[in-house]
Design a protein around this ligand. Structure first.
Ligand code: XIL
Length: 322
């Protein structure tokens, strides 16, 4: 029986999962399943500031290097996540009350160091992550405070100086929150008009308690493709509210997984990434507010690495491509 990876490769599709460094390090089954079933990976946390830039003058590339090496050995692509975000930043960044110019210098220096370290290895970077909030406004962050909206442009321009990787804006909620989608669309459209080097958009697909229709997925993809952007599916998981979930939860989830893949694939999306390997690896189980509220089986593999029905459906939906 062909693996998900084999089917994907036969159709020139990249299918990935995020990889948690500690689990990867400790668990051989996890490693084997990842290299068997996926041809792309995204380090889940270890490229984020708090891990890779723990002190002002100190970068720690070790863990991410190991994952990148693993990807190389197994001929997998790597997506770099993420260069500029409001979360998982190191304490030192907030502690010293840096002047605006210093924050800008720190951001650019970070981008330069990290992006050039992985030049040629990381195929695509999530340069800016989640810059727009749930009120469809630019999100408060150390970056916005120091540089205003221009931090976004500055980040992309800096990244493009140091690598040939594709550069992405990545965000959640764009498929089902129309106001937020409009805001991000306008933002990217203005940046592109200014000649800012943005290659694509990552549609985070955390379908946790909210399950958009195929049509909503298609419309969103088309809207961004019309700007000339490459669209990728990032961070997919599917969870239902506990208690509210019908008895036939697994069946429902399986069907939904198929719909999602079909919608993305039909619209020419070639890179599709899940946010976790086995149900037991999902961030939903440990993330505050999510852990209590949502079902704990959001992914394609069960906790023992068994292939769920959703896994078969995803494979079939890729097989249908000619
Ligand atoms: C999550 C990780 O999965 C967790 O391990 C971590 O504790 C918090 O961040 N959007 C993103 C990802 O862009 O980086 C987040 O990942 C999930 C939401």
């Amino acid at each position: 029986m062909s693996s998900l990876r084999e089917i994907a490769e036969s159709r020139s599709i990249s299918v990935g999962t995020c990889v948690n460094y500690s689990t990867w390090k400790d668990d051989g089954d996890y490693r084997n399943l990842i290299s068997e079933e996926f041809n792309m990976l995204t380090p889940e946390n270890c490229l984020k500031w708090s891990f890779i830039h723990p002190e002002k003058e100190e970068f720690d590339f070790e863990k991410a290097d190991e994952l990148v090496e693993f990807a190389r050995e197994n001929e997998m692509g790597v997506t770099g996540h993420t260069l500029v975000w409001h979360m998982q930043n190191p304490e030192w960044l907030g502690e010293e009350n840096f002047e605006s110019e210093e924050v800008e210098r720190i951001m650019k220096n970070h981008i330069m160091e990290v992006v050039s370290h992985y030049s040629g290895e990381v195929e695509a970077w999530d340069v800016v992550n989640e810059a727009v909030n749930d009120e469809a406004e630019l999100r408060e962050s150390i970056w916005l405070k120091a540089m205003g909206e221009e931090y976004i442009e500055k980040a992309f321009r800096e990244a493009s100086k140091h690598c040939d990787a594709k550069l992405f804006y990545n965000d959640y909620g764009l498929i089902y929150d129309t106001e937020k989608r409009e805001k991000v669309h306008q933002l990217l459209s203005d940046l592109l008009d200014k000649g800012v080097p943005i290659d694509g958009i990552g549609l985070q697909s955390h379908f946790i308690g909210v399950h958009p229709t195929s049509e909503e997925i298609s419309n969103t993809i088309e809207k961004f493709q019309d700007l000339g952007l490459e669209v990728r599916m990032t961070e997919l998981d599917v969870a239902y509210e506990k208690g509210k979930a019908p008895e036939k939860l697994e069946e429902k989830q399986t069907e939904y997984y198929r719909k999602i893949f079909q919608a993305y694939l039909e619209n020419g999306v070639k890179h599709l990434c899940l946010w976790g390997l086995r149900d037991s690896d999902s961030w939903i189980n440990t993330f505050q507010d999510y852990d209590e509220k949502y079902s704990d089986r959001p992914l394609l593999f069960g906790e023992n690495g068994d292939r769920k029905k959703s896994y078969e459906e995803v494979k079939d939906s890729i097989k249908e491509l000619n």
